[in-house]
Each structure stands twice: as C-alpha cells, then as structure tokens.
Design a protein around this ligand. Sequence first.
Ligand code: G3I
Length: 348
Amino acid sequence: AQSLGALGQRHGLHIGTAVDMDALADPADPRYRELAASEFSSVTAENVMKWESLEPTRGSYDWGPADAFVDFARRNDQRVRGHVLVWHNQLPGWLTSGVADGSISREELRELLREHITTVVSRYRGRIWQWDVVNEAVSDPWDTPSTLHYKGFWAQHLGPGYIADAFRWARAADPKALLFYNDYNIEAFGSGDPANDKTQFVYDMAKRLLAEGVPIDGVGSQGHLGTQYGNFDTFQVAAALKRFSALGLATAFTEVDVRSRLTEGVQAGDSEEINPRLQASASNFSVLLKACLADRHCLSYTVWGFSDRHSWVPGWFDDPPEGLATLYDEQYRPKRAYQEVKADLIFA
Ligand code: G3I
C-alpha cells in the first residue's frame, strides 16, 4: 500500500507529522519510528526546536535532540518544517525570569531574540523547508480584552514590531527557507464575530508586512479542531486559503488534529463502528485536506502527531477529558480519519 506521503506527492503536496523525539527514541515502541519514517514526506519537531529545549542554560545550546530530529528527516528523505523561532510558550526559565526581575532590559531582550534566531536558523541553513518564524502572536475573541490584539510575552516586552524584525533576521540567516507566520483559529473567515475575526486580523497583518517589504512567505493554519465545535466546509476553508494566496503567500496546514470529548459514553476503547465522533473527526481532517488539495499554493498538510498513543490532547484537555484526535489509535491501528485522508489523496 502506498504511504500518505507518496500519495500526497502525486499532487505536489507534502503530508507531514509532528515528531515526538522521546517516542522516537523508545526501544519499546518500534512502530512509532516505522510509521514516522514511512508514512510521511515532511516532519515537524513537536518540542525539540523550541527555545527552552535548545538553550536551557543561557549561552549554552544543547543541539542533541534537534540534530537527531533533522538527521532522522534526512535519512528518510523527508522535508523539515522548523518549529518554532518566536513563541511565548516553552521559553527558557532564565529568559522569562530575567525579564520579570528586570535583569534583562528591553534592548537586551531584542538582542537575545536576534541572536537566537540567527544562531538556530544558521545552524540548519539549507536543511529547513519552512520555518515557523512567529507563532500565535494574535489573541482570540475569548481572551481579555476580547478585541483582537497582539498578545503574549514578545508583544508585551518588545511591542508588535518584533514580528517584522523576526522575519528579517530569519531571512538573513537562511535566504532559501520559506518563512511562515503560524496560528490557530484561522481556518476560515467570518467564523466568529465578523468585527472581531481572527483570520481577518492575521490577513491584515500579513498584507501590511508584505507592503512593508518584510520577508514573509507563508501563513500556516494549525488546524486544531474539535468535533464538538461544529464543522467547517471545504468551500469556506478553500476560500480562506485563496485569499491568503492572492496576497502572494504560500499556505499550509501545520498542526492538524481533531479531538473529541471522551465523556458522555465516548471512551478511547470504543469500537469505531459505534462511535460517530470518530466519523466526525475523520470528516474534519478531510475538509481541511480537500481545501488544501484544491489550492496549489497550499504546500503541505501536517498532522500534530499521528497516533492517539502520543498526542498532546489528553494531557492538555483533561477537564472534561478529550482525546481520539489523530489518524491512528493507541495500538497504531488506522482509524477512519486515516482511511478518509487516504481516500481523499487517492481520488483527488
Ligand atoms: O520536557 C518535560 C519533561 O522533562 C517532564 O518530565 C514532563 C512532565 O510533564 O514534561 C515535559 O515537558 C512537556 C513538553 O510538552 C515535552 O513533552 C510539557 O510539560 C508540556 O507542556 C509540553 O507540551 C507541548 C505544548 O506544545 C507546550 O506548549 C506539547 O507536547 C506540544 O504538542 C504543543 O505543541 C503546540 C505547538 O508547539 C504550537 N501550537 C499548539 C500546539 C499544541 O499546544
């Protein structure tokens, strides 16, 4: 049987997965390695390229896990999405505490960010296909204040100008890597309050960056969905991709998973036949994939982990418990979502 990666390549589309380096190194879990290597043509490091992993102690980089990840991709002839250069989460403690106690000034913080981007992008120059340069910089309508704004550590301490700076520094360090802005809740326009539409906010931001000559090449839509939130349709999602590509940007789905509530009779061990949420999950995977397949500027479709055995969802959403968010169950049996994604790639 052909892999998802091979089927995607027929359409010029890379099918990728996030890779958990702990799972990859676990001798008791060979199936994880096999599937990560064989089923996908692109990979993203789930955690090991984040700042806290790379530079746990100020001034001393620990490249081991990130290097092992990039080597894994090379051995398996896979493209690499670099994730992530600038984000407000998983920052090293020395950085956040230094800023909090005033020992790191604003000027020094900006310089540290420049150095970090330059160091990381230079090290992997020529080996990264797409970099997530800036991640999740924009608030959601459910945040306080609810009016959309630039949120988080970097906007707070450097002001929103850090976004343009980050893209320029990344371009200087690797002129060939495609530079992405990456965010969630931007799958479609007008899915919430039209006056407070996050997709529109990100669109306006990207347009402004381009007008200012900032080297941004693409917008990544993460695609963390849930079966309890209602469904998008393919036309709506395709329309959003098209508006971004009309600006001259590439697009990608970068972190797709579709979780379900495990309460109300839905348990991880339920058989697929009696579990309508697994069908709803499959349909959501399919909607995003079909939209991407319909747009030649949509370069890749990456799932955020491929098995329920290793998914961030149960660890994050535990009250009420959620899960069942990926393509394979905990025993690596392909679920409906896998079959549906495969069928979409075959029949597109
Ligand atoms: O590394 C420590 C380990 O030493 C410790 O023993 C263990 C005990 O809990 O924790 C480990 O750190 C965890 C880390 O993942 C590595 O496994 C953190 O607690 C945990 O919070 C962290 O979660 C990651 C999350 O980002 C953190 O923000 C998820 O694995 C990762 O899937 C998730 O990925 C993000 C994307 O980067 C950006 N978009 C959203 C997406 C989902 O949140």
